[in-house]
Design a protein around this ligand. Structure first.
Ligand SMILES: Cc1cc2nc3c(=O)[nH]c(=O)nc-3n(C[C@H](O)[C@H](O)[C@H](O)COP(=O)(O)OP(=O)(O)OC[C@H]3O[C@@H](n4cnc5c(N)ncnc54)[C@H](O)[C@@H]3O)c2cc1C
Length: 531
């Protein structure tokens, strides 16, 4: 591996970023009109840095600046490669604290950080804003669409690291999303904040007690960590924060119902901890309904069906239906791999995750890795969960594999990826949580303190950490929430979001690419002016 000092010198001498396409004269005499059009596009069109240099550095393209992609990029810091990191957003989002934005505890800027800023000091990375809409696995190229300016790009790679995460999944019922937004993006969180705060505002205006009760009823679907966090936080917001601010509506009458199809909430936690979570939720006034499968959602609320009615005494015999009249329904029940997985033409599981091998690579494509929430990785017969430590550890593993291949100049055997599970935690509200790490179990205030420090520690950006700590301290002592703004979000359902799976335009065979001599040292070069 090159030391970083030597690496910086070589970067100055052999800049690589944004080179135009170079093709030789014979390529220009392409026989058919179609080929000529392709060449023209290659020369003048969307292909930005498709350089054909024999002496160029090898290139790693990383798609996704979330937990996995960012970790892979950072771990390649000292490796002698060019890195191109593409994300459709210009920021890295700390999703574990999204629910805090949704319940007006934090502002979006406190849990998001510009990717360009995070990687500013890492000179071998170039960051590009755009959505990857196609991958040509055979020709090792990706297609990047930029809807903001229509300036699409095609980029080539030697290694491709796909870390595009997941989106909300509605088990084939995307039509539910307008009535029950999920929590996956900043837009989702702001829309949930808007709906929750608006429900209280409307309750203050209506005379009809039935209508007011509907407005003060919140149904949260899904008993995983997201549903538990959201329902606990809404109950707390209503009873402690909003209780002083309303005159006619009494936020203390708020009903929060957490709906779970399975026999218990938090199935990934030991049973006694899940039971503790139910009790802590009950202390906040949250009602937990298990064995209840959602069959429909509309503007009036949720319709439920008992899953195994025979085993559940209070559901009676047969499959009983029940309706929750709620003006606000929130979805925390499922996710689906990001849309790009549909464009790869490789085997996927029911959640749309790409099935990867023990080295996190795609079948028959050892140079393409998929990691984090978009990938299905099995360890000792168990599928790894969609949590950030999995994505981060896989990101570091993949970087190590690439580093070894760069250093050896070949393909040394790859040891299998091994996930090290440090434990899990879920917060239930102010000073309530459960935590479980390597046999040690914690509940209540201690677990909450552990949760708080771990989340602040992993949050990116010193300023963000201070702001979050300050905000939490303030809402802890004063029961106030600073971000209680109802803003118009322009939110749109995204679960059905997909794209046409663009295939990068065909280029002439590699043999026709011209070798470009290394540019002169920077002191002799005229500055490159970019529009
Ligand atoms: C509400 C919520 C709470 C959570 N709480 C926890 C928790 O407490 N602990 C925990 O460990 N995990 C938690 N998670 C899960 C954790 O956030 C994910 O496991 C983790 O983000 C996965 O990392 P990733 O790199 O695979 O994907 P992500 O972090 O989601 O990153 C994917 C990136 O890819 C980009 N992208 C997607 N498609 C494209 C495309 N076509 N072109 C370009 N860019 C694209 C996205 O913009 C995004 O930046 C939570 C998740 C949510 C939603």
């Amino acid at each position: 591996m090159l030391r970083s000092g030597a690496f910086h010198v070589s970067l100055v001498q052999i800049p690589w970023m944004g080179r135009p396409v170079h093709l030789d004269a014979s390529s220009r005499r392409a026989s058919t009109e179609r080929e000529r059009a392709r060449l023209d596009m290659a020369l003048d069109g969307p292909i930005s840095s498709y350089e054909a240099m024999n002496d160029r550095k090898r290139r790693v393209v990383i798609v996704g600046g979330g937990f996995g992609g960012l970790e892979a990029a950072k771990a390649l810091d000292d490796v002698d490669v060019e890195i191109l990191l593409v994300d459709r957003l210009n920021y890295h989002l700390f999703q574990p604290l999204l629910y805090q934005v949704a319940i007006a505890g934090l502002a979006p800027s406190e849990i998001a950080s510009p990717i360009r800023g995070i990687l500013a000091d890492q000179k071998n990375v170039r960051v590009v804003l755009g959505e990857v809409t196609g991958v040509d696995l055979a020709d090792k190229r990706i297609h990047i669409a930029d809807p903001s300016d229509g300036n699409d790009l095609v980029e080539s790679y030697d290694w491709l690291v796909l870390a595009v995460g997941a989106r909300n999944g509605f088990f084939g019922h995307d039509e539910w999303e307008p009535w029950a937004p999920g929590l996956k993006s900043v837009e989702d969180a702001l829309e949930i904040r808007r709906r929750v705060l608006l429900a209280f505002e409307r309750a203050e205006k209506v005379d009809d007690p039935k209508e007011r009760m509907k407005l003060l009823t919140f149904a949260v679907i899904g008993g995983g960590p997201t549903g538990v966090e959201l329902s606990g936080a809404i109950a707390e917001l209503a009873s402690h924060v909003l209780a002083q601010d309303f005159r006619l509506a009494d936020p203390r009458q708020t009903k929060v119902i957490l709906v779970e199809a399975g026999p218990r909430i938090l199935p990934s936690f030991p049973e006694d901890l899940a039971q503790s979570a139910v009790e802590q939720l009950a202390e906040l006034g949250v009602e937990v309904r298990t064995h209840s499968r959602v069959v429909s959602i509309d503007e009036h609320g949720v319709e439920l069906e008992g899953e195994n009615a025979d085993d559940v005494p209070d559901l009676g015999s047969g499959r009983e239906r029940d309706r929750i009249h709620a003006a606000t329904v929130l979805w925390g029940a499922g996710v689906r791999a990001s849309a790009l997985t549909e464009c790869l033409g490789v085997p996927r599981d029911r959640q749309g995750r790409v099935i990867v091998g023990q080295d996190c690579s795609l079948p028959d494509h050892p140079e393409v890795f998929a990691l984090g929430d978009m990938a299905r990785f099995e360890q000792k017969g168990q599928v790894l969960p969609g949590v950030s430590p999995v994505a981060m550890q896989q990101g570091r593993y993949v970087a190590k594999v690439i580093e070894e291949e760069v250093e050896s100049g070949g393909s040394p055997p790859r040891p299998p990826f091994q996930y090290f599970d440090k434990g899990s935690m879920a917060t239930i509200g102010r000073s309530r949580a459960i935590a479980w790490a390597r046999g040690v179990k914690m509940t209540g205030f201690l677990a909450w303190l552990a949760w708080l420090f771990i989340h602040v520690f992993y949050l990116i950006g010193f300023k963000n950490r201070l702001a979050v700590l300050f905000n939490w301290f303030w809402s802890y002592v004063a029961y106030k929430r600073g971000a209680r703004l109802i803003t118009s979000t322009g939110w749109r359902p995204t679960a059905a979001h997909g794209f046409a799976c663009d295939v990068p335009p065909a280029l002439p065979p590699r043999s026709e690419w011209q070798t470009v001599p290394a540019p002169p040292p920077s002191s002799q070069r005229a500055p490159q002016v970019r529009p």
